[in-house]
Design a protein around this ligand. Sequence first.
Ligand code: PEP
Length: 250
Amino acid sequence: MRTKLAAGNWKMNGLTEALSELAGMADAAAGASEVLICPPFTLVGAAAAAASGIAIGGQDCHAAASGAHTGDVSAAMLKDAGASHVILGHSERRTDHNERNSDVNAKCVAAWDAGLTVVLCVGESLEQREAANTLEIIGGQLAASVPDGATGHNLVIAYEPIWAIGTGKVPSTDQIGEVHDFMRARLEKRFGSGVGRSVRLLYGGSVKPSNATEIFAVSNVDGALVGGASLKAADFVPIIEALNAASQDG
Ligand code: PEP
């Protein structure tokens, strides 16, 4: 039985006043699903202090524990600030910062060493989907980005087709289901059925209150990683509620 997870990625959005949104999410966050918000680094400590029933995460961390890396943040620093999770390998990091699977893998090891749960993102570009390479790309990212030692506690995978992020375009439920079933099979093959079945698989990419219920009904979708619609309680609460309802449905 996997506890469903509604995760919000605030990206580079949010000043101190944005923390008031967390209070608006608290009631929904008391339901059957877990709720995670990943604000920018500057708000992690304050969000962890303010959040009630909501886990707080970072959006990236460095692969090293400490050292001469100006502008970077270590996994231990996130943990020290009150984070329990970190997003790694988001397509915006892979594109903007040239992060390769090997970088994501090293960061994941560092995050696990610090005791953080990793929300590790994979996803294909539009060109890759149109060339019918989606499963090959996802399989390759999973194999190379996820280190040995994964468990249902330290790892969550987010399938985020790059072409669906922030675009309003969403894959069909059949397309989401195909990738999620594939990822489940790959995890079971590599880590054994116990671990493979316990890792939660999130869908991410233009999730909104209007499409959440149908996405959460897809097999092997254990929740969502939500960007734009996680910034305001008015948008995120209906998504959490849809996930709470899906939890009740089993
Ligand atoms: C994301 O960037 O993780 C994301 C899913 O964004 P959006 O929901 O805005 O498409």
